[in-house]
Design a protein around this ligand. Sequence first.
Ligand SMILES: [Zn+2]
Length: 335
Amino acid sequence: MVRTIILVAAIFALAFASIAQCEPKADETKWLDGTVRVWRSVRVDSLKLAPARLPWLVLFDEKCVHNINPDVKFADQQDKTDRSYRVLGGERVAIFSTEHSGQIKLPDGQTIPAQLISFAANYDGDKRSFFTAALPSIWAKADHLKAEQNLKTLVRSVYVHELTHTYHRNFFARLSVIEKGLKDVENFDDDIIQNTFGKNEEFRDVYVNEIALAIKAEQEPDKAKKRLAAKLVLNAIKQRRAKFYIVENEKFAEIEDIFLTMEGVANWAAYRAAIADGMTAESASRLIRRSGKYWSQEEGISLFLIIDSLMPNWQKIGFGKQRVSIVDLLERATR
Ligand SMILES: [Zn+2]
């Protein structure tokens, strides 16, 4: 009898220990709360989107994975004991925490290693979005970020970048249709133009020059001159596409457009997040743009800085039911 009691007590202690070990720690919860606050302010004030509940978040550190706001079907399958509740950014969320084995299972069925990663994707037949990312403790161990002074703001901004992508379901859906038709492309991601054409010297020169034109337009304080400078960028983009995206490369015009739109607006949102987190516009821009060596990221944010300053309320068109591209927005902004 005594032995049974001891055994039961031991099992309880073990179960309790595993829950307690995996519930989000106080500093993680505090950082997440601040991140959701910043996301809410960017979503409402910068992206001008209607209030909405957080999507399904799958966040993990070295040891534990937390499914936050998961789909009801998922919640029903979980052992109720590892569920906890938190208020993040004013929203009460259910969190399912458990130890992982180095692999993270995602809502769309794929499995990823528990390493430095962050992305958004569709699930449930493109009807819904989720976001997955490593928590700051994993980012802090990355060699290339060891010297970063503003790591917590950077990771927070990356989260906002990806949360912005949860509003890109129709873009993701179109990309997966395009991807099925591509046979000769290894990595179908936002660096595809750079990876495919970066070794073509002529293409590279034209593209690098185009980015320089965009930065010039972005930095022009006078509105009328800015509009003219933006027109030059628009023409440069159109000319480059007309010249290089022909015959078997015709498909790249749409591919470039989609990635540039998605990365541009998400990077711009990340920049707004760094400002909302207390940085000046100048240091926020430096933090988000890093070296500026990735074409779609750099040209994308530059174009959205131009669009935002020339066309208030571009968000209404940019986040409407139809997919509206960055070039289309720039065209409207320069009219
Ligand atoms: Zn992105």
